[in-house]
Design a binder for this molecule. Structure first.
Ligand SMILES: Cc1ncc(COP(=O)(O)O)c(C=O)c1O
Length: 328
């Protein structure tokens, strides 16, 4: 799915909340020409029974964002907790009562020509209603791309660096034009790396397997959620080891994980059925566990969630008020 934003959305830009139609960047912005930005993707899930919107693992996402910004030497002048408070306030100002995708973006903002970076940095946070990115209920047909995954010593794939997403965009677009729902990229060693915007897991002979983070993949937070849920709830440890392309063809089950795709089963790969060509039992169970955990339906995983409306802590309120006073 695509999410086209309503220009009346409230966004956080230039240190304050404003309508998106008033948030502009100049055409000489360094990041626009050279891809020198780092973004994040965070989900907030609406639970209609509890009438609450839960941001999923917000502090971890902001921690990762700040670390990855460090790779490009972009400074974010806030702690993850402050960024979570800014985000919760942004969601309240938009009065969202639906599933939401949150897109923080930090970038080199100098207005000039010349590729070397300097210390002029800016960031924005945009949040918009967002449904399913891929058809997770029926599963997808994935195709192995002829594009190889970028390598750590060229552009680190573990960071969500804007310029690096040319690799994902080309693989994803070609996969769709070839009739697939999504691309799977191999790395330069010929091993399975990940999907264009998601990590990949395989089930073989009862074992849950995913490529290690040293295989040129993004260190996915959903990947981590699934590994934890599998261990805690199914007593199933995940084996992190390289996966060959042909193993995809003999896997019992395959699935993608990511903030946008959640847990999306792969039922066909390169015109071959995965297992029996239907969603497998481990995939289905993990999909349900993930959905319950992210919507706040399982108490034990509540430490993953920041409630936006009801349970604002005094600390959140203080931080939000502080930002109103200082920044708006
Ligand atoms: C290339 C790539 N791999 C994996 C992921 C999954 O990461 P996460 O679960 O943190 O969203 C993403 C999504 O953002 C991605 O863009």
């Amino acid at each position: 799915m695509r999410a086209d934003a309503d220009p009346n959305l409230v966004v956080y830009f230039d240190g304050r909340y404003m309508p998106m139609r008033d948030a502009h960047v100049g055409i000489l912005t360094h990041a626009l020409h050279y891809g020198t930005g780092v973004f994040e993707g965070i989900r907030a899930h609406w639970d209609d029974v509890q009438k609450e919107l839960f941001i999923l693992r917000s502090n971890e996402h902001y921690e990762r964002w700040k670390q990855n910004c460090g790779i490009l030497r972009i400074d974010i002048p806030h702690t993850p907790e402050e960024l979570t408070a800014i985000t919760a306030e942004l969601l309240r100002r938009n009065a969202f009562k639906t599933n939401v995708y949150i897109r923080p973006l930090a970038y080199k903002c100098a207005q000039r020509v010349g590729v070397a970076t300097d210390d002029q940095d800016a960031f924005t946070i945009i949040a918009l209603p967002f449904g399913e990115y891929l058809p997770a209920d029926k599963g997808v047909h994935a195709g192995v791309s002829s594009w190889r995954r970028i390598q750590d010593n060229a552009i680190p794939p573990r960071a969500k660096i804007c310029g690096a997403y040319v690799n994902s965009a080309m693989a994803s677009a070609d996969a769709r034009l070839s009739g697939f729902d999504e691309a799977i990229l191999l790395n330069e060693n010929g091993h399975v790396a990940e999907g264009a915007t998601c990590n990949i897991f395989m089930v073989r002979k009862g074992k849950l397997i995913t490529p290690p983070v040293s295989e040129n993949v993004l260190e996915g937070i959903t990947r981590d959620c699934i590994m934890r849920l599998a261990a805690w709830e199914l007593n199933l440890e995940t084996l992190e080891r390289p996966i060959d392309r042909s193993e995809l063809y003999i896997a019992d089950e395959l699935f993608f994980t990511g903030t946008a795709v959640a847990l999306t089963p792969i039922v066909r790969v390169d015109h071959r059925f995965v297992g029996k060509g239907v969603i497998g039992p481990i995939t289905r169970r993990l999909q349900q566990l993930y959905s319950d955990a992210t919507c706040g339906r399982v108490k034990v995983h509540h430490n993953w969630l920041t409630p936006v409306y009801q349970a604002q802590t005094a600390e959140d309120q203080d931080l939000a008020l502080h930002h109103e006073a200082v920044l708006v």
